[in-house]
Design a protein. Structure first.
Length: 125
């Protein structure tokens, strides 16, 4: 039986855990979470990979972790960092230094080298 995965992406915390997404637009200044729910994971130890791809098609982050067949949920996150030297100006315009991050992102989930789920979200400033 093939592994099934569902993913939701959020920038909201509820009692210290990623909460229900209140909007489809995620804030570039906040930590962004991917909550991955897994079912039908084959027996044994597996490698779960989460790739975060920006609007320009560039992979910005890769999270790799070992999971067991008993794993039902994995939470991983992305924190966007502004370009060097943009700190003072960001007080007036949060998009300064963050323009490469604004737009539609993809999160791809792979198990043992095979993609099992992909979802999109939009980053705004």
């Amino acid at each position: 039986m093939a592994t099934n995965a569902s993913v939701f992406v959020t920038d909201t915390l509820d009692n210290g855990r990623p909460g229900v997404l209140e909007t489809t637009f995620l804030d570039c200044r906040r930590q962004i979470f991917a909550v991955i729910s897994l079912t039908d994971v084959p027996k044994g130890t597996h490698t779960l990979v989460v790739d975060w791809t920006d609007p320009n098609g560039r992979r910005r982050e890769r999270n790799t972790q070992k999971i067991l067949d008993s794993t039902r949920e994995v939470v991983t996150w992305l924190k966007l960092h502004p370009a060097t030297g943009s700190g003072v100006l960001r007080a007036f315009n949060p998009a300064i230094g963050m323009t490469a991050f604004i737009g539609i992102w993809n999160v791809t989930i792979s198990l043992d080298g095979a993609a099992i789920q992909r979802t999109e979200f939009e980053v705004v400033c």
